[in-house]
Ligand binder design. Structure first.
Ligand code: GTP
Length: 414
């Protein structure tokens, strides 16, 4: 299965709440209606007989057009949202994160047949056993329905403000009209994709190295795993990566990061338990500069129980690495766990006060029904979403694709 197919499947697990809720809303008070009459293919105009006989070309002589049958239907020509390799010539503007030079085997599926060209309308439905003449339930988009919709979006963690605005946008110009489940899903997916589009941006890469990426987030949000996955992607793209295990207070956290460093084939700098994380960050910066590393990723502690301590710790790390490079850290990634729902909002607020957060990675989007919080985050903070975690394996970090996400969240079938 392709990476995108896999991602979609994983994300679809998160859709059930919204998906089922939308079905229920339209069914509730909806009326079964006869389907629209099938659209007939236009008949060619009768052509008047030519005055003189014209020899028609023999179809047998014409070679059949070479129609590719094996194109992967769900793969783009290039992976537009995947991180792109960096041009070695220095550039002033940030460039996107690199794409692994060794594409995962998942990226080359060839067994998904492309739909036959020129298929008549309804052909696919008939092929899939869907009766295009089956009645469709439609419900009038009235106050009751809009209220139910708002409640559903709020329950799906989109947040009150976002839910109200999305519902209002859906109602605009359609109030009093009848909509089917498919139509409401399409409208909702469009609204969600529109909100998410501006924040879907890969981690920018800068020509100046080492680029320092400070990784923050509460314990258990997936920082270690995300650092390991990112390191593996950058390493595969030919980047020299160094990791600093900055959560020096927990031996288990350091060990875990070493495991991920080994998996990614990237060195992990550690310091004795309880030592100063800022001192480790300074040493790591020295080593990264000496080795000509492209990226230095610094893990940090996530103890929100004592915010003052954590704030001072993060501030000290930043002060110290700025002695080596006044522009560092170049990115401060906040890692959020999607399964925490609305907590992700308060965590973002808190970490924005503790550190200069420049972008987000949302983990554990596989198998959660709380993916809606991403919409609220995008709407409220507008921070770039660099990547999403969709599993515990090293290749389970994907670029964020707003349309795919919106379709998965609403249960919209392609
Ligand atoms: N299903 C799933 N699990 C994930 C994902 N990302 C991380 N995890 C799991 O979440 C748990 C916590 O991840 P860590 O990377 O250790 O989190 P952390 O923020 O470093 O936590 P501390 O080490 O406690 O600070 C682990 O069991 C990971 O396997 C993801 O995208 N999907």
């Amino acid at each position: 299965m392709s990476l995108f197919g896999k991602l979609k499947n994983k994300l679809f697990k998160s859709s059930s709440k919204l998906d089922e809720g939308l079905d229920a809303i339209v069914q509730d008070g909806g009326v079964e209606e006869a389907p629209e009459p099938p659209v007939e293919a236009p008949q060619p105009e009768p052509v008047p007989a030519p005055a003189a006989p014209v020899e028609a070309p023999k179809p047998a002589d014409t070679p059949a057009p070479d129609v590719p049958q094996e194109l992967p239907a769900d793969l783009p020509d290039t992976a537009p949202d995947m991180p792109q390799p960096v041009d070695p010539t220095p550039v002033q503007t940030p460039v996107e994160a690199p794409q692994p030079s060794d594409p995962a085997p998942d990226l080359t599926p060839l067994d998904i047949p492309a739909p036959a060209p020129e298929a008549p309308k309804g052909f696919l439905n008939r092929l899939l056993g869907r009766n295009s003449a089956a009645p469709v339930v439609r419900r009038e988009l009235d106050d009751d329905m809009l209220e139910q919709l708002e409640e559903l979006l709020i329950a799906s963690d989109m947040g009150v403000d976002t839910a109200l605005r999305v519902t209002a946008n859906i109602a605009e110009g359609r109030y009093g009209k009848k909509v089917s489940v498919q139509e409401i899903k399409e409208l909702l997916a469009q609204e969600i994709a529109r909100i998410m589009e501006p924040v879907a941006r890969p981690l920018p890469l800068y020509p100046k190295t080492p680029q320092v990426v400070l990784v923050v987030g509460v314990n258990g949000s997936g920082k270690t795993t995300t650092i390991g996955k990112l390191a593996s992607q950058f390493k595969a793209a030919g980047k020299h990566v160094v990791i600093a295990a900055g959560d020096t207070f927990r031996a288990a956290a350091v060990e875990q990061l070493q495991v991920w460093g080994d998996r990614a084939g990237v060195p992990v700098l550690t310091a004795p338990e309880g030592s100063d994380p800022a001192s480790l960050a300074f040493d790591a910066m020295t080593r990264a500069q000496a080795e000509g590393a492209d990226l230095l990723m610094i893990d940090t502690a996530g103890r929100l129980q004592n915010r003052q301590d954590l704030m001072e710790e993060l501030a000290k790390i930043v002060r110290v690495i700025r002695k080596k490079d006044p522009d560092a850290p170049h990115n401060t990634l906040l890692v959020l766990d999607a399964t925490t729902g609305q907590n992700a909002i308060s965590q973002t607020e808190t970490f924005q006060k503790l550190a200069d957060v420049s972008g987000l990675v949302m983990t554990k989007l596989d198998g959660t029904a709380k993916g809606g919080v991403l919409v609220a985050l995008a709407d409220k903070f507008g921070l770039p979403i660099h990547a999403i975690g969709v599993g515990e394996q090293i290749d389970d970090l994907a670029p964020f694709d707003p349309e795919e996400f919106a379709a998965a969240l609403t249960g919209l079938e392609a």
